[in-house]
Design a protein around this ligand. Structure first.
Ligand SMILES: Nc1ncnc2c1ncn2[C@@H]1O[C@H](COP(=O)(O)OP(=O)(O)OP(=O)(O)O)[C@@H](O)[C@H]1O
Ligand SMILES: [Mg+2]
Length: 296
């Protein structure tokens, strides 16, 4: 798949910070980070460390007219311009496809983003159809988005992002809300698509082993702070694997083991008082063939 504008975008953050409206503390602060065109970065950090906030900011959603309000400091540039001024080149896929599908029909949903971008109307439908084919969407343009499984919805969201021909692809736990089969479907799709595009990638994913082959760099951020580790995956895991695992990140070879410690005396999972169950039928006897009786 060769795309026009396929060359990746350059991302540059300098002393960047963001404080959400209504919060006393920064989600992130003092972030210094440069991602070169075409680089593939896995962004890690504890829950609440600000990974989604960073992705949303890269997508331009925290700009002056953006959907997320708050205060920024420092600079965040995509190809040298503030992220909210160059939206066309950025594709964001969030962890919950439900929140990203806006239209009732599959084709309209992909077309919506292109219309917003001001793409020439004649080009919109060919681009929609091509993107749906690329993600292996199994239904027609008029298929109801409400009738899709989670994995199918996420494939549709990815088609919407691809249709925009992004030079910066932002994937925020794209398989987190999917059942195992849906997750495999979407991961396979992503690895195929990433092999065919030169877009810069910033990916957030807790299950590191599933995606580590797709990236060439790992960046770790800390809550309320900036970048605390940055480098080749093997080196970052060797140096920070233990603390990342302690923060709930599933590092290869250090995946969490469920702890089932019996509580003293046992803890009841279900308690019932005055509960009964009824059969809708009357219990009785009937004559079975041969004259014997059986209970019903
Ligand atoms: N819209 C918002 N308004 C106010 N605070 C927010 C908003 N979105 C996120 N936050 C806060 O900003 C901080 C960073 O949140 P963010 O969702 O970016 O973390 P994360 O690293 O993506 O976490 P997770 O791994 O759980 O997805 C958290 O303290 C969170 O509560
Ligand atoms: Mg998040």
């Amino acid at each position: 798949m060769t795309r026009p504008n396929a060359r990746g975008a350059r991302v540059e953050l300098s002393g960047w910070g963001w404080k959400h409206s209504g919060r006393d503390t920064h989600a992130l602060r003092g972030v210094d980070l440069t991602v070169e065109p075409g680089e593939r970065v896995l962004l890690l950090g504890a829950s609440g460390a600000g990974k989604s906030t960073l992705l949303h900011s890269l997508a331009g959603l925290t700009g002056e007219d953006g959907a997320i309000s708050g205060e920024h400091e420092g600079s965040l540039l995509v190809d040298g311009a503030p992220a909210d001024r160059g939206r066309g080149g950025v594709g964001l896929v969030s962890q919950d496809p439900e929140t990203q599908l806006v239209m009732a029909r599959a084709g309209d949903d992909v077309a919506f983003g292109l219309e917003n971008l001001g793409v020439d109307p004649e080009d919109i439908w060919p681009r929609v159809e091509r993107s749906l084919t690329e993600v292996g969407f199994p239904y027609g343009l008029r298929h109801s988005t409400g009738a899709l499984s989670g994995g199918e919805k996420q494939r549709l969201v990815i088609a919407g992002a691809l249709a925009m021909r992004p030079r910066l692809l932002l994937l925020d736990e794209p398989t987190a809300n999917l059942d195992p089969a849906g997750a495999v479907l979407v991961r396979d799709l992503l690895s195929r698509l990433l092999a065919e595009t030169e877009a810069t990638l910033v990916l957030v994913e807790h299950r590191v082993a599933d995606v580590v082959d797709l990236v060439d760099r790992v960046v770790v951020v800390e809550p309320g702070g900036g970048v605390i580790a940055d480098g080749a995956p093997a080196r970052v895991f060797a140096e920070h694997g233990r603390s990342l695992a302690d923060q709930g990140v599933w590092i290869p070879g250090n995946e969490p083991v469920p702890e089932l410690t019996p509580a003293p005396g046992g803890v009841p999972l279900v308690e019932t008082v005055g509960v009964s169950a009824r059969t809708p039928f009357q219990v009785g006897v009937r004559a079975a063939p041969g004259g014997r009786c059986s209970t019903t």
